[in-house]
Design a protein around this ligand. Structure first.
Ligand code: F0G
Length: 352
């Protein structure tokens, strides 16, 4: 087989690109679908659980799928600069792909609420970073107006090419399993990704790739759950800063996905998110960021409703390395500090 050259190359016939579109790629996509047998065993009844580990993309999140498309199309249209609001991952991906394509990237982030790894990336990739005294929702309002007023392309998930790129994750899931899962569990912030997955499952289904469509199970953090309550959340709060969003950009689309898939939207608390986060790392060896663990937290919360023998995919949207601070704050881990450097002492601590 030929080496992987990125998702536009792999799924070209399903994407709005032509021979003349410049392809800006970091060879994103083709991420592993990993079984999580201990989580499956905790549920029991022959349920099969997999995680789609999209934290293994080049900048460490699923945003790369959307950004290879958005930046390629911006470049094709002659854009010189792109702009986005971000809780962190979009800014890292926009910065990386913009630089790769020779474009400038401008990003607005909520001051104090972006994980360290994401900020470090945006800065090193050479983006112009503006931390605003306000939350993500305010930042999105500003960048929308910027893009309407000035010659700069918006690359948030209201850009249709973002979702086109992101839908390829659903193709990969079906390609790996041979069919769609019974349930897809996914975290929701702006609800772009759940919309993109559904587009991908439907498109493959129409092409007779797979026989079924999944129930789309979307999970939000309890302190930031407008799609669950049905009302804009004025002051969203959650440890999962990636999904700290009170007024999702893809609200109506998300409701349509829920209806069409007979899915459900629910809230998970920060402590439920952290239990799943630690379980993934500590029992399965998979390090994701807190927002990503909302998908597994949601699954665990719904275990009684899962049909026996069902196949479930949980989307892990971002890499755990993005947010080292949250990892280091977990007090369930053991860290022996100031150890006297003597063999006998080391052996004793280790229990030999
Ligand atoms: N998981 C992670 C790690 C994210 O970064 C995001 C969104 C989501 C889930 C939710 O995806 O918005 O499509 O429902 N992050 C955006 C950003 C808001 O700016 O990086 P969604």
């Amino acid at each position: 087989a030929q080496a992987w050259q990125g998702l536009i190359h792999a799924y070209r016939s399903y994407l709005p690109v032509s021979e003349t579109t410049p392809i800006i790629t970091l060879h994103e996509g083709n991420t592993p679908l990993i079984p999580v047998p201990r989580i499956a065993a905790a549920i029991g009844r022959g349920v099969k659980v997999y995680v789609k580990y999209d934290g293994l993309n080049p900048t460490g999140s699923f945003k790369d799928r959307g950004m290879t498309m958005a930046i390629s199309k911006a470049k094709e249209a002659g854009a010189k600069a792109v702009i986005c609001a971000s809780t962190g991952n979009t800014s890292a991906a926009a910065a990386a792909y913009a630089r790769r394509g020779g474009l400038r990237a401008y990003v607005l982030i909520p001051e104090g609420y972006v994980a360290q790894g994401k900020l470090a990336q945006a800065l090193l990739y050479g983006a112009e970073v503006l931390a605003i005294q306000g939350n993500f929702d305010r930042a999105l309002e500003i960048v929308r107006e910027m893009a309407e007023t000035y010659p700069i392309t918006l690359v948030n998930s209201v850009n249709p090419y973002r979702l086109e790129g992101q839908k390829t994750a659903a193709f990969e899931v079906v390609d790996a399993l041979g069919d769609a899962p019974d349930w897809l569990c996914i975290p929701m912030g702006n609800a772009g990704n759940i919309t993109a997955y559904w587009m991908g499952f439907c498109q493959y289904h129409e092409q007779n790739k797979g026989t079924r469509l999944p129930r789309m199970m979307g999970f939000q953090a309890a302190g930031s759950a407008p799609l669950v309550t049905g009302e804009i959340c004025q002051h969203p709060e959650t440890i999962a800063t990636a999904i700290r969003i009170g007024n999702p950009a893809n609200w109506q689309r998300a409701l349509a996905v829920r209806a069409a898939s007979q899915g459900d939207f629910q809230a998970v608390t920060d402590s439920e998110i952290l239990v799943a986060y630690r379980m993934l790392a500590g029992e399965e060896g998979i390090f994701c960021e807190p927002a990503s663990a909302a998908s597994v937290a949601g699954l665990l919360k719904n275990q009684a409703q899962i049909p026996s023998g069902a196949t479930i995919v949980c989307v892990l949207t971002g890499n755990g390395l993005k947010d080292p601070d949250t990892a280091l704050q977990q007090e369930t881990t053991q860290f022996h500090r100031n150890v006297v450097p003597e063999l006998a002492n080391v052996a004793e601590i280790m229990g030999f």
